[in-house]
Design a protein around this ligand. Structure first.
Ligand code: 28F
Length: 644
């Protein structure tokens, strides 16, 4: 540890702001007021003590959880927080530090490395959120003491008496008005302090609590941390020595990045584990530094493979293959870390990405070059991952194929299925009535078109519960035929048909059934509509025979348009279809089923429709079961000569 000793006084404190905002909105400062928030208080104070240590003023700190489980003390043997009186504010530096937000000073010194976090506002935030806080300072040959209650001093700092040495001790009890009755969790504290000791080799941390005391000191740093993690995971490393990197303290000419430490090793585990820290704070959600790490790693391994002719034959290694089984610990010291996300667990400094990449890549490549047997083992591990990945993908495909055929057994008896098993090519017609169903079955393209005739009554889904809906034979047949499940069980990936086409008579009964079916899809299978799988067929209403030719018209408008176009000498013969069942199968195919000639309407829920559509649908379907289809037709888009 270095020992730079810049001189400070109370003069160095800059911006001052009271603590009211902290008590008003504690979560803004410590993330929450639960267990995490409570422990956050302790981490802040511990970090301040660690800062004093990593800057070379002390080599050991003590953390104690008292009998009550709610009071904690942290002690360092550093310089002691200054107690001299600030000439302008007529208060001690100690009091200013503990009662004002953003009290800078030591943090304006670019030599002073901090643990980030609240970036120096930490101890005042803790003070604000503590029922009581007692500060004891040893400094200038005396022992000093000051007490606070909910952030307010009870009196000025008092000289207790002569004392040797120097240091700071803060004892605080989190305010039950803010944190309730919860107490510190010794196991959690133990764990965190242990990691702190790995991150700061040479530092000794004493931890005392009711059930015992521990001493943490890990001079092996990240290398030792890595080996303890691997031991804990019970996974064997595939090479003997880990790759370790230390950059910083002058040799890293990277602005803002003061230090980078890294240890990594490949194991037989099929997971990848990266534990990253910025200024001693775990970055559980990764961030730019982890991105840079992965990029540097990837490039180094690929460069090494290329230049040493180690590219495995016939195997394409992905970046994930290269990292499988890897366990890594990375610790960064940054001048100005920016943390992001709900819990501030992600680093956001954009420059960190390139900096970390640039530090890791050449070093790792060099290491691989010098450690041939480790490099070989790592390459073999990646190839193994690639082979396992390919094999498991094949196995998954096999299972999928099997379950497709397995589900065929559960298909409704009335379904005339198509022969193709490729859902992308298949469509299903939901047809009203047996006779229409018969024509459709005969007229369809058996390879790609399935037909499900619906008899009986389709339940009004708008007013029924899912259980009732599924008790309805017609609707449960539809669900079984589609194969994609419904409710919690829904899985679009299992849909057996690309297009679901409602084919109903162009009369009021047909409209009614279409409406009920659409209500059912809208309510219980909205994904099918959202992904554009639901269509309305447009069977013709009229046939017009003129000479040797036949024309079909979907409605009266179309009929008159056709008639006006016909040569005057022909006497057209007009047939109005009463129902689909009257149509010859061949005619039905030509007019309605044939993907080349037919017209379909795709059903869609209008963009941004929420409550409004909801209301329209329920007034349309819920209260007036005889509602006209027209209102739904307003929401469909025309699809001509469709081939999606
Ligand atoms: C129990 C937690 O907080 N330890 C600390 C110091 C030492 C100095 C310091 C802290 C002074 C003017 C701000 C002493 N002498 N443990 C701790 N130890 N803060 S916090 O200074 C704060 C600055 O503005 C210190 C000379 N320089 C700094």
């Amino acid at each position: 540890m270095s020992s730079k000793k810049p001189r400070y006084s109370a003069r160095d404190i800059t911006v001052l702001e009271g603590l009211d905002p902290v008590r008003k909105r504690p979560s803004m400062y410590i993330g929450g007021t639960g267990k995490e928030g409570l422990h956050h208080l302790l981490w802040e104070i511990v970090d301040n003590a660690v800062d004093e240590a990593i800057n070379g003023y002390t080599s050991s700190i003590t953390v104690e959880i008292h009998e009550d489980g709610r009071t904690a003390s942290v002690t360092d043997h550093g310089r002691g927080i200054p107690v001299d009186i600030h000439p302008r504010f007529q208060k001690s530096a100690l009091e200013l530090i503990l009662t004002t937000l953003h009290a800078g000073g030591k943090f304006d010194d670019s030599n002073y490395i901090t643990s980030g976090g609240l970036h120096g506002v930490g101890s005042s935030v803790v003070n604000a959120l503590s029922r009581t806080l007692v500060a004891t300072v040893w400094r200038d040959g005396f022992k000093w003491r000051q007490e606070f209650r909910r952030g307010k001093p009870r009196a000025a700092v008092k000289k207790i008496g002569p004392a040797r040495g120097s240091g700071t001790c803060l004892t605080f009890t989190p305010d039950e008005q803010i944190f309730g009755e919860s107490s510190f969790d010794p196991e959690l504290v133990r764990e965190r302090l242990d990691v702190k000791a790995y991150l700061n080799p040479g530092l000794r941390i004493l931890f005392r609590h009711k059930a015992g005391s521990h001493e943490f000191r890990h001079d092996g740093g990240l290398r030792e941390y890595l080996s303890s993690l691997i031991k804990k995971a019970e996974k064997r490393p595939v090479h003997a020595e880990p790759f370790c990197l230390e950059r910083g303290d002058g040799d890293a000419h990277v602005p803002g990045l003061l230090r980078l430490s890294l240890a990594l090793c490949w194991t037989e585990s099929t997971r990848e584990q990266v534990f990253s820290f910025v200024n001693g704070i775990p970055t559980r959600d990764g961030g730019t530094h982890e991105q840079g790490f992965r990029e540097g790693l990837n490039k180094a391994l690929r460069n090494y493979m290329d230049t040493h002719d180690k590219v495995p034959r016939g195997l394409a290694l992905t970046a994930e293959d290269l990292r499988e089984g890897m366990v890594a610990v990375m610790s960064l010291l940054l001048q100005e870390p920016q943390f992001q996300g709900q819990t501030k667990d992600r680093l956001n400094n954009p420059e960190a990405r390139g900096q970390v990449d640039a530090l890791i890549r050449p070093a790792l490549e060099q290491w691989l070059h010098e450690n041939g047997s480790a490099a070989d083992a790592i390459m073999a591990r990646a190839a193994q991952s690639a082979r396992a990945r390919i094999a498991s993908r094949q196995a998954a495909r096999q299972v999928r194929r099997k379950s497709v055929s397995g589900r065929r057994l559960n298909l409704p008896g009335k379904l005339a299925d198509c022969s193709s098993a490729d859902p992308g090519r298949c469509e299903i017609f939901l047809v009203e009535g047996d006779s229409a169903g018969g024509s459709a079955k005969q007229g369809r393209d058996r390879e790609t078109q399935a037909v499900l005739p619906l008899r009986g009554k389709v339940l009004n889904a708008e007013q029924a519960s899912l259980r009732k809906v599924l008790a309805n034979n017609e609707l449960s047949d539809v669900v079984r035929a589609l194969g994609c499940g419904v409710g919690n069980d829904f899985d679009l990936g299992r849909l057996r048909y690309q297009r679901i086409i409602l084919l109903m008579d162009a009369d009021s009964d047909g409209h009614h059934i279409s409406t009920l079916l659409l209500a059912f899809f809208y309510r219980y299978l909205p994904e099918l509509i959202n992904h554009g799988h639901v269509f309305l067929a447009q069977p013709p209403l009229y046939r017009i025979n003129a000479g040797r030719e036949s024309f079909w018209a979907a409605d009266d408008d179309e009929k008159s348009r056709i008639l006006t176009r016909l040569p005057a000498r022909l006497k057209p013969e007009i047939t109005r279809f009463k129902g689909l069942g009257e149509m010859m199968p061949k005619t039905l195919f030509e007019t309605t089923l044939d993907p080349e000639k037919r017209r379909l309407l795709r059903v869609s829920i209008p963009e941004g429709a929420g409550v409004e559509t909801e209301n329209v649908m329920s007034s349309l379907l819920g209260r007036d079961p005889a509602a006209r289809l027209k209102e739904i037709m307003d929401r469909v888009e025309q699809v001509d000569g469709l081939d999606v």
